[in-house]
Design a protein around this ligand. Structure first.
Ligand code: ASP
Length: 444
């Protein structure tokens, strides 16, 4: 028998209808043995996520505003699931415990975690699987940093005792105090990945409400093609530029163990979704070399500061001093395209906005440049694909597509890794530029 670790996100466990779907998915494949669940999410666009309601309860408690009604809304959502699915679980004593903790001034992390806790208890009973709490298995140091190796050992040891189990996502505990600590929002993805690694799963299936990643943002491109396979590295590039499907920290545990991730859709389980895997297995999968581009994503606005100084190329340490100025001001940059006597730093507008004058002043005083210029409202577009490196004429396809569309290229940057080409255009040209590049690479 194989092992699949499966994680269901908030919309997949939002109510009884969704839970019936996940039961069908789980029971249709006996390898789906370890199940990580989120707290119930939105059932419709204007609905509330349980995690948000729990945070609101805590905020009201902190301000000594009555929160009973709000708590009732949360309790009713869980009661409705229990009733609709005819699950025999004692919820009331658990609600009492949580209410008592709220009254006693519990932590934000404790209250935030209770959605996943109750969700996992209900779903374990519904499936007839063991409930395994993650509080003492997913371990954090006192600063809230995940202790990855200790977590792996603790999860592996415990899960070896359970043939089938449901675990709550999103939280664990501080190793020293045992108190609850949560990941950042969306963190059940990380728990799923940790569980997959600990049980040495064949695959980590992440079930959500979309059929995987798309080659471009559907708000810009009509019906973009789905991405069938993508490497961890390409995913990172696309996610960084705004294509979001997984929590950022969910990749490293499975990547380390070479376990592929499959993004699947609970509402369309027949769709194959997207497989995220290592670069080398992707090479094997795509040995016909047919796949050049994985996807296109973009972000805006950026600010570009360009510094000119004649003979800059022979002034040792010039760029380092410029970057040290940014470091001192705790500003992180995205790119530094360089010329012989000039270089530019590309920085997210929000990251520099208040400090732009300070940066310019420090550059003037410490670098004595011949000239400094600032361009605002630049958009960056990442054209991502492992196949780009083996393909002649990628840059020229991009430039031709953009010039045919009448778009001025402000920057074009292709690193030696050649997994991506970054194009800078005016923010106003963003959508048209993405359309032009997409059409150049993806046949209609
Ligand atoms: N329930 C948490 C959130 O809403 C964690 C998760 O769903 O992954 O962010």
């Amino acid at each position: 028998m194989g092992i699949k670790a499966v994680k269901f996100g908030g919309s997949s466990v939002a109510d009884g209808i969704q839970l019936k779907k996940i039961k069908d998915i789980i029971t249709s494949d006996p390898d789906r043995r370890y199940v990580v669940v989120s707290a119930p999410g939105k059932r419709f666009a204007d609905d509330n996520k349980i995690t948000d309601l729990l945070f609101m309860c805590k905020a009201q408690a902190d301000h000594r505003i009555p929160y009973d009604q709000l708590f009732q809304v949360i309790a009713d959502r869980f009661r409705a699931i229990r009733y609709n699915l005819n699950i025999d679980v004692d919820l009331d004593s658990r609600f009492d415990e949580i209410r008592a903790a709220l009254a006693a001034g519990c932590t934000d992390d404790y209250i935030a975690s209770r959605g996943e806790y109750l969700s996992a208890i209900l779903i374990a009973a519904y499936l007839g699987y063991d409930f395994v709490d993650t509080q003492n298995l997913v371990l954090f140091n006192s600063k809230g940093r995940l202790l990855a190796d200790e977590t792996n050992a603790a999860l592996a040891e415990e899960l070896a005792k359970h043939e089938r189990a449901v675990l709550p996502g999103f939280y664990g505990g501080y190793r020293d105090s045992g108190e609850i600590c949560v990941f950042s929002r969306g963190g059940s993805d990380v728990t799923g990945s940790l569980v997959a690694r600990a049980v040495n799963a064949d695959i980590y299936e992440n079930w959500t409400d979309v059929s995987g990643l798309l080659m471009a943002d559907p708000r810009i491109i009509k019906d973009p093609k789905p991405i069938e396979y993508i490497s961890y590295m390409e995913l990172r590039e696309l996610s960084y530029m705004g294509a979001s499907v997984l929590h950022e920290d969910a990749v490293f545990p499975v990547r380390q163990a070479g376990i592929p991730i499959n993004i699947r859709n609970t509402n369309a389980p027949e769709d194959p979704g997207t497989i995220i895997t290592t670069e080398s297995s992707l090479d094997r999968l795509q040995s016909d070399g047919s796949r050049v581009l994985s996807g296109i994503a973009g972000k805006k606005p950026f600010t570009v500061i360009s510094i000119y100084k004649s003979m800059m190329n022979s002034e040792v340490g010039f760029v380092r001093r410029a970057l040290a100025i940014l470091e001192d001001l705790r500003i992180s940059f995205d790119h530094i395209p360089t010329g012989i006597d000039s270089f530019s730093v590309v920085i997210e507008k929000d990251a520099i906005e208040d400090q732009l004058e300070d940066v310019l002043q420090a550059f003037e005083q410490q670098l004595h440049p011949d000239d400094i210029s600032v361009i605002e409202d630049i958009a960056l577009i990442a054209v991502v694909g492992l196949g780009l490196s083996q393909t002649v004429g990628v840059a020229s396809s991009i430039t031709t597509a953009l010039s045919d569309a009448g778009i001025n290229i402000r920057m074009l940057n292709q690193g030696f890794s050649e997994i991506n080409v970054i194009v800078g255009v005016n923010a106003g040209d963003f959508n048209n530029a993405i359309r032009a590049i997409y059409q150049a690479f993806v046949p209609a």
